[in-house]
Design a protein around this ligand. Sequence first.
Ligand SMILES: O=C(O)CCC(=O)C(=O)O
Length: 282
Amino acid sequence: MNQKPLNPITAQDIAQFQADGVVCLRGMFDSEWIGRMQKAVDRIMDAHNPLARPREVTQALGGTSGRYHINSFVWHWDDDFKDYVMHSPNAEIAATLMGADEVRVFYDQVFVKEPNTVEMTDWHHDLPFWPMRGEQILSVWVALTDVTHENSALEYIAGSHRWNKFYRAAIPDKDPNFKSTLEECPNFSELKNDPQYRFLSWEMKAGDCLVHHPLTVHGAAGNFSPTKRRAAISTRYFGPDATWDPRPATMKVTGDPQLPAGQHPSHDGVFPVAWRRAAAMA
Ligand SMILES: O=C(O)CCC(=O)C(=O)O
């Protein structure tokens, strides 16, 4: 299993990430990682671990076909996920795009949409949902299956991370704990013909990844394939400029270190260091 990205991350990739708030990196994870994490996802989806945090979106919304399953902070209780967040190419990819000398794990999140799942991923950006602030925070969304426009490819709005917007957290199963007075994120699916927005979306092979800034607006349609699952793990990492900001209506962190607001969350048990430049260069 590769620990370093299989392909170089170029200056152009970094420039694109900075300008658009998202970049697609091809062929970064080898087939051993993909096979191992596909099996791990199958295992954790119905596991009864006390630390499991499943959200069954299809069920919660009264859907009658398919399954939209989300699970978060899995690395706290599953060794394959722990190895994946700590020792796969994820952390070096994150460090390279953030320009950070040290990268800590924030959390991992599994997204599975089985065939015939109509539930969309509502348009949103991530930061309003998180008890965190900073520029050096990002997500590495790794495709564990091939991804097509039919089976729920993610869509992004280029440059939306620079809009100075902070939209209300959009929770797929409409959990009322996240209600807030923040402005609601528009349904950009209805604005596809508006020339002021540049939509970005990629069909992907398993092992490709998307890296996005925490304020880049994104969403996805349902999985309308009758046969093909769409599965991904989105791992969130942060660098030295991130600070703890436990606002109301934000996500509870597994193992919450109860840090004071404004502090860098350098709690090794909850946010372990996954990459340091000095060690990587040695
Ligand atoms: O995979 C999905 O549908 C949603 C992913 C997402 O919103 C994220 O990784 O931030």
